[in-house]
Design a protein around this ligand. Structure first.
Ligand SMILES: *Cc1c(COP(=O)(O)O)cnc(C)c1O
Length: 236
């Protein structure tokens, strides 16, 4: 995409983040922008990095590995895996990413723990929660979350940081906020036993203001940075 468009898009998203943070009396730095670069060419990521972004989110492992390799020369990029995880993919995720936001089963966490190379820093982890209770969505239920979190916390080579959710899409800000508030409430409950948990990965292009109002510490933004995506069967 055009560098000028990309620069304007990034400035405008950062301004939305700042305004939303201020409105909730939160410092600007309390909210990290994660640029979701799925389906985008490595060149777009290179341009975004030159414009100051450092954290990139990918959903499809093979595509991500190619881009990580193409951008090896850039220092200081952090790669976040945010897509559904099949157990035969965990090794490559453990070997190539800094963060994983989409863990929703103990088996996946155990494999990531076993497969994280000893020479790398701990893999930073969020548990994905199915807030809206939709059958089709990934994520652990709110009911099963405490048991999963307590099983994941002691695993070596991983650091559980918090929770991630993708609520059902809606344009109604009150409905958006209610879903994000439920995720915040779930984190607060876990924090009673695990006060080190500090991450709420929630909010995308269409609902980042509502997410920040409810305490998001990471917003995952694709479309409003890189423009509309071509729809793919696996998108979402
Ligand atoms: C694609 C995706 C996003 C970004 O969504 P946009 O609406 O393009 O901002 C965020 N999080 C996850 C998990 C995604 O798959």
């Amino acid at each position: 995409m055009e560098s000028d468009t990309l620069r304007l898009n990034i400035e405008s998203v950062l301004e939305r983040v700042r305004l939303a943070a201020r409105k909730s009396q939160r410092p600007d730095q309390a909210v990290q922008l994660l640029a979701v670069s799925k389906t985008r060419p490595a060149e777009d990521i290179r341009r975004a990095a030159a414009l100051g972004l450092s954290d990139f989110g990918e959903n499809y492992l093979q595509e991500a590995l190619e881009k990580i390799d193409q951008l090896r020369d850039l220092d200081g990029l952090r790669w976040h895996f945010i897509g559904p995880i099949q157990s035969n993919k965990t090794r490559l995720i453990a070997e190539h990413f800094h963060w994983v936001h989409s863990v929703d089963r103990l088996k996946i966490a155990q494999r990531l723990s076993d497969q994280r190379p000893a020479a790398m820093p701990e893999l930073q982890l969020c548990l994905q929660v199915n807030i809206s209770g939709e059958q089709s969505k990934s994520g652990v239920s709110l009911e099963q979350l405490p048991e999963l979190a307590h099983a994941v916390l002691p695993l070596p080579r991983l650091r559980l940081r918090g929770l991630m959710a993708i609520p059902a899409a809606t344009a109604d800000p009150d409905v958006q906020r209610a879903a994000f508030a439920a995720l915040r409430g779930a984190l607060q409950q876990l924090q009673r036993d695990a006060p080190q948990l500090d991450t709420l990965s929630m909010g995308m292009s269409g609902d980042l203001e509502a997410a920040i109002a409810e305490g998001a510490t990471v917003v995952r933004v694709g479309t409003d940075i890189f423009g509309p995506r071509q729809a793919t069967a696996a998108d979402g």
